[in-house]
Write a new protein. Structure first.
Ligand SMILES: [Cu+2]
Ligand SMILES: [Zn+2]
Length: 200
């Protein structure tokens, strides 16, 4: 009896743990570039894991940011400025002072392909730093991380034109998934406990 209950308890815990929030963004070009791709965001123990493939880039580094506005109705320009809820200066992804949206650079190979694999502990898929519904922008030039004398270094990283962009959408079926999972787990523990008491 105990073995069955323990097994059921483990199954319940695994089901609970596998419900991390996920998000996705389809990258489209700005009307003149050939930039295309999909980027995924997933909650993990190391923060948000960002993965995806972007094609159609010029070889080299390209600024990669979350911008504040999830609107590409006017092309990539209507995504506003970098997502910056604390109103601080632009920086590199590992800097202590940075915009929430400062994810650094992605690197395109000689064929124009950038394979993205980034872990970031500042962006989030819920709460104050949530990037859901905001924009992603890929720039023509490298992000200088706010470290050069360029006049826009401390605001945009001097990353130049916007060659690709998209709107970040949720892949989670419920926005209250965490609350639902917590409630199910508590109920599950109570049921297991009640069964244990009855068998004693
Ligand atoms: Cu940007
Ligand atoms: Zn920035």
């Amino acid at each position: 009896m105990y073995t069955i209950l323990e097994t059921l308890f483990v199954i319940g815990c695994v089901a609970f743990a596998s419900g991390e929030q996920q998000a996705v963004v389809k990258i489209v070009n700005n009307g003149t570039s050939k930039v295309d791709g999909v980027v995924y965001f997933k909650e993990s123990t190391n923060g948000i894991l960002v993965t995806g493939n972007i094609t159609g880039l010029t070889p080299g580094s390209h600024g990669f940011h979350v911008h504040a506005i999830g609107d590409i109705s006017g092309g990539c320009l209507t995504t506003g400025a970098h997502f910056n809820p604390k109103n601080v200066s632009h920086g590199g992804p590992n800097a202590t002072v940075r915009h929430v949206g400062d994810l650094g650079n992605i690197e395109a190979d000689e064929t124009g392909l950038a394979v993205i694999k980034i872990s970031d502990s500042i962006i989030a898929l819920s709460g104050e730093n949530s990037i859901i519904g905001r924009g992603i922008v890929i720039h023509e030039d490298p992000d200088d991380f706010g470290l050069t004398d360029a006049s826009d270094s401390k605001t945009t990283g001097h990353a130049g034109a916007r060659v690709g962009c998209g709107v970040i959408g949720t892949l989670s079926e419920s926005s209250s998934a965490n609350t639902v999972r917590s409630t199910i787990l508590v109920a599950w523990i109570l049921v297991v406990f009640a069964c244990l008491v009855r068998t004693l």
